[in-house]
Design a protein. Structure first.
Length: 287
């Protein structure tokens, strides 16, 4: 197993973890000074810079002895290019597409909530997750979310209660990569002892990271590549959506270009009843 040891070089200059959505990043010292929920020095040594049991994942692809890295501990791993993740029992896939049509994220949806595992470029030594936790905490607090930092199997985990859902962020530093697992669900579902969090940790323990040899700026998301079968299914679904949209467009154009229906002829007025020698029609009926 890799040892996650001393600090060495970085790939390139770091970029903001939040990308274009957050132009300003929060310095670690600012958050350390202001953030403390009573559990000790949340961003210092007391929070745990140690790593979990190295007999468990996430693993680097170079650590897999098998010729088939998709063969997981309890079943097949789903090969998403930069990460290979086991599917939870009864889970379903939800693919998030970028505006350019490329896959941006793959979510594992369970009956308890959603789990998203993604890999990022990182320095050769650990420490990136520690910085990311601080930035995430500050960003969530700026959005008026309740935030707490807790210790988990790999060190710090960030739990948050937002207006729409509960969240838990679990991170692990590896050799030139960092894995971030986002756990999202309804109120109470992301507590430390909740079933959804247990599933997420089991997934991380059997996750494999395939960083590749290409240089990437630090904190850049590593590319997501869908399996061929899944990519074909998504392409077919996309084509069906395009066909349905074209049919709706043609129907709308035909409706606009159709000649207006001729106006209905005016109704004839009903003539008044005629009176006879024996009186009016109403009088005759009354006799």
């Amino acid at each position: 197993m890799f040892g996650r040891k001393k600090k060495t070089d970085v790939d390139e200059e770091p970029t903001s973890f939040f990308g274009d959505e957050n132009d300003e990043s929060v310095e670690i010292d600012e958050v350390e000074e202001d953030f403390d929920d009573g559990a000790g020095d949340e961003f210092g040594e007391a929070a745990g810079d140690e790593f979990g049991d190295e007999s468990e994942g996430p693993y680097d692809i170079t650590e897999i002895d098998s010729d088939d890295p998709t063969a997981g501990r309890d079943g097949q791993r789903l090969d998403l290019g930069s990460v290979l993740v086991p599917m939870p029992t009864g889970g379903q896939l939800q693919v998030e597409m970028a505006p350019n049509g490329s896959p941006q994220a793959v979510h594992l949806v369970t009956e308890h909530g959603r789990i998203t595992v993604a890999a990022y470029a990182a320095p050769k030594s650990p420490g990136q997750w520690r910085e990311v936790v601080a930035e995430l905490a500050q960003s969530l607090r700026d959005d008026n979310s309740a935030v707490s930092v807790e210790n988990g199997p790999w060190g710090r985990e960030l739990a948050a209660v937002t207006a729409n859902m509960d969240l838990r962020f679990i991170g692990v530093d590896g050799p030139r990569w960092m894995v971030r697992c986002v756990v999202a669900g309804p109120s109470g579902s992301t507590a430390a002892n909740a079933p959804l969090v247990a599933i997420a940790r089991d997934i991380l323990r059997d996750t494999v990271v395939n960083r590749g040899s290409e240089p990437h700026p630090v904190r850049t998301p590593l590319p997501v590549v869908l399996p061929q079968v899944l990519a074909e299914q998504l392409a077919a679904a996309h084509e069906q959506q395009l066909a349905a949209a074209q049919q709706q467009q043609v129907a709308a154009q035909q409706q606009q270009s159709a000649p207006p229906a001729p106006p209905a002829p005016p109704a004839r007025p009903t003539p008044p009843p005629r009176s006879g020698e024996s009186g009016s029609a109403m009088q005759q009926l009354g006799q």
